[in-house]
Design a protein around this ligand. Sequence first.
Ligand code: CA
Length: 739
Amino acid sequence: MSYRLLGHVAAVLIVGILAIAPLDFALKHRVGSGAFAAPAAQGAMQPGAGIDGAKIARADSDPGEWLAPGRTYSEQRFSPLSQIDAANVRNLGVAWQYRTYSVRGLEATPIVSDGVMFITLPWSIVIALDAASGKELWKYDPQVPGETGRYLCCDVVNRGVALWKGAVFVGTLDGRLIKLDAKTGKPLWTADTVENHNKVYTITGAPRVVDGLVVIGNGGAEYDARGYISAYNADTGKLAWRFHVVPGDPSKPQESKALQDALKTWDTTGKDKFWKIGGGGAPWNSFAFDPKLHLLYFGTGNGNPWNRDIRSPKGGDNLYLSSVLAVDTRTGQLRWHYQTTPGDTWDFDSTADVVLADLTIGGRSRHVLMHAPKNGFFYVLDRETGALISAQKFGLVTWAKGIDLKTGKPIENPDARYKNKLAVVYPAATGAHNWQPMTFDPQTGFVYIPAMDAAQPFVPDKNFAYRPGAWNTGVDFAGVSKLVLNLIKSGKAPAPAVGFIKAWNPVTQKEAWQVSMGGSWNSGLLSTAGGLVFGGDAYGTFSAYDAKTGKKLWSMDLKTGILAPAMSYEIGGTQYIALLAGWGGAGGLSAFRDPSTALSKYQTNQGRLFVFKLGGAKQVAALAPEGVPPSEPPPQTANAAAIDKGFDLYHRTCLVCHGFFAQSEGEVPDLRLVPREIWDQYDDIVLKGALSGGGMASFADVLSKDDVAAIRAYVLDQAHAAWTQGHPTKKKLPGIARP
Ligand code: CA
């Protein structure tokens, strides 16, 4: 059966499953839509034709444009525009909006040049809009196979495009890097960035173009990836160089001197050979660039498996996991490294954004790099040498007491590692700060961080066995889920995860102010010369704060949870603020329905791009009502042992998309709420991939028919519990830390 035909079948079934309006996205865009009409853009101009390294480097002389994901190579995400300011922001309203017809996370920063805006949607779809009116100019769908969804740890998201000499560059979920004509959306070249198709490699990040090279990293370190970044000639698409983050097979020569050095920090005697089952370090998000030094900076991901006792049983720092690396763009060779979490075992990716600035520290002007990764420390490094200048905790951190400034290494809490025991640590695997970008405001000197405080229980997987194509973390998620369930039952659940915007002074390494956000998993941030910081939260509230004091000056309910950072541009003398709203990502997928919060607001979760200006509309209408309650589930015929087995299997295999306890927050089907006929199709869906076109791949390689029956028994048990309570959203569960 062709993908497209299968897609039609899937579409019919999916619409049945959800009975929720947002799935019109599946009909219109994912399934059977074929190509994507590409009418010519308005006017004769080739958008972004003048963009090259020199133009991006002097971006401040084009304050009305937003030329790169972080606006500039320094990734400060500070707009020099000041028409919208602290005095008038109360008059901010919606100039126009664009419906994306998506129900998954929206994470991209819009790029604007020559009056055209470029955004990306879930499934790596690229859209060009008239930045003044919101009129769609073209749409490009790379037709990522729906089955790819299974290989994304953290949603089928995309964080945006790069624009360079009249072309748009996008990385796709299945690992392609595609160059498009910025005027028509027609593909010009495609490079396959995946060096080993037997392993899981994905792309969710935005490419950057530096020194004429398009650079992109990959994800996959929850599965079995060996991380690397690739640099392609922007004109020809030819691979210029590739930098691997962790060593490969130690019996063979390593690709670089840096890897030869790194190999000494790994134990190669383990039963599970790390070079066969992964290694990790996937650099899936951040880049910054210093054009004078020709240094490209990027953050690297967690170890794969997470659990170091499996990956490198005798210990070791395991370079270059969880690090900031500086690579010379001319050679592709490592200049320096700074590892934020040596011997990572907690999924402490160092892939949060990297921000460059010049600061006066101790009376000296320093060219610095700032980084606030998952592990909860704010680092200031010398960006020429990688030397540590300072590091302090910016949130709740228990895995380490502090950072030793002499050695540059953390002073670890001896109880933080989970060798043969449970360990509960702050921050959680979602991090004290994840990919959602921070912003540096040169006017206040503060960095604004979308921060989280959350705890994470880690239980070692004593029976770890490598499963190609599945999660290989070495953490027993069934054990973790059981533990959380017992804590809930005993009334001792950890404190709920909470989120903040923190204003951080990078010179004094002290907090200037903080505001609490509605949820824990909130949006990236923008600062502007109008003295404002813009941020949104999980519940759909988008707000402007006084950059000096944190006082909330304006807010609007956008009716959909917000993850993406806002940006700002100017056309015809009017300053605009643009923001994609659509909830999902790691926090969105794994969070379960929590009635103690106002989740009903974003259960509709319909993606939209909002563009604001002074004097715009003051309210936003919701697009669709809440999901319809289920019919009565079929009778339970399984016994308690099968349901218990199902609990284990579900939390090992299904939870990462469908949520803890089979309760999802609406973007991936809540399995308790499916229509009755779906209960008869579990084998077809889970083993034969009947819904693979919609993103639900076959799991026949990791689950048996008996396993599926057990999972069904567990989910059905949960469905009956929900049915008994009359309406699932009224089910009372105590607040717990969101994983
Ligand atoms: Ca990770």
